[in-house]
Design a binder for this molecule. Sequence first.
Ligand code: NAP
Length: 383
Amino acid sequence: MCTVHKHHQKYPVTQTAMRIMTSYLRVQKPLPFINFKSITRAFSVAATISPPSKAIIYSTHGEPNTVAKLVSIPGIEVKENEVCVKMLAAPINPSDINRIQGVYPVRPEPPAIGGYEGVGEVYSVGSAVHNFSPGDWVIPSPPSFGTWQTYIVKDHNVWHKVDKGVPMEYAATITVNPLTALLMLEDCITLNSGDTIVQNGATSMVGQCVIQIAKSRGIRNINIIRDRAGVDEVKERLKDLGADEVFTENELEVKNVKSLLGDIPEPVLGFNCVGGNAASLVLKFLRHGGTMVTYGGMSKKPVTVSTSSFIFKELSLRGFWLQKWLGKDKAEESRGMIDRLLALVKDGKLKYKMELAPFEEFNTALDKALGKLGSQPKQVIKF
Ligand SMILES: NC(=O)c1ccc[n+]([C@@H]2O[C@H](COP(=O)([O-])OP(=O)(O)OC[C@H]3O[C@@H](n4cnc5c(N)ncnc54)[C@H](OP(=O)(O)O)[C@@H]3O)[C@@H](O)[C@H]2O)c1
């Protein structure tokens, strides 16, 4: 197998990348009709070749709506330890966009298929695979690159079987954002029932999960959102999820934000996924000795901290990165946490706003995910 060098690490040029490289120039033609189902049946005894796949690939880094293209790639061999998965759904997350832009620290080298998480149905298994059967729902766990395609062939160890009793859009999105919310609430500092947290970007999928998980643990939560038309409806929605308070950034243009807290204790922990003014507001809410965890930078503005925040208020600032956490041999632990999160979804205790977008309408979904059409729910591609 050949390899490429990236950030001092060797990344194998995978079979998928080779497929893309060899097929890129003969795409964008109408795809011939192939009856995949009859092929699976024919291969069910000795499944060796996956069906051809349709995929969103980028052959160079750049603005996603310029460089990402729908292409057709030929089927590949399903080796004895591999599983061929027919993808059902996969989200467009901010980090997927950053990988295409080439600004995310860990990313595949182009040409590459977009996407990092998703859910699919087992289509066929290699001869040595006994823990999966056609029809099972599986997610790549830990997530892995290239989920924006109709068929994926990967080693059986990559896949984690999930409960088919949850809506597919939840199975598709359960790792990157809900797991981040759960980990940040469990791993950053010890939080007790009655404590308070504060977060910006509360409308994000992570933010919505933070609200619900915090609420279930008796943790009060203060939420900061961007100003917008229809703000009351958004506030109502977040309060229905369990938000104690929701403020827009403009509403926090007051001398002492803590005067708005009423009987809610000052927050001990803050989450920042925005930066700029929204991060300063999180810091203003924190109590003496509090901690702010930065996990995203949606505004692309830096976090500015006053000298006195460190010296007199003794605030601590740190970051969280799921990909780093998953890299610490946490595959098994993360699968257990994902099952816990899916159980919450099944029980109606964890929900978040999403919009299913047909694969054929990927470009519109991408525009929405890029914020070109204003604030939008999470876009989840339905294959
Ligand atoms: N560090 C990690 O391991 C990790 C893991 C998961 C996610 N993340 C990060 O967490 C953040 C949220 O991800 P998500 O998938 O949950 O988000 P999402 O559901 O896709 O929602 C996007 C969020 O970003 C806000 N936003 C978009 N553009 C903005 C701007 N220019 N200024 C301020 N806010 C803006 C949106 O607010 P409106 O509602 O006002 O549009 C919305 O709350 C992202 O930065 C993502 O990269 C980090």
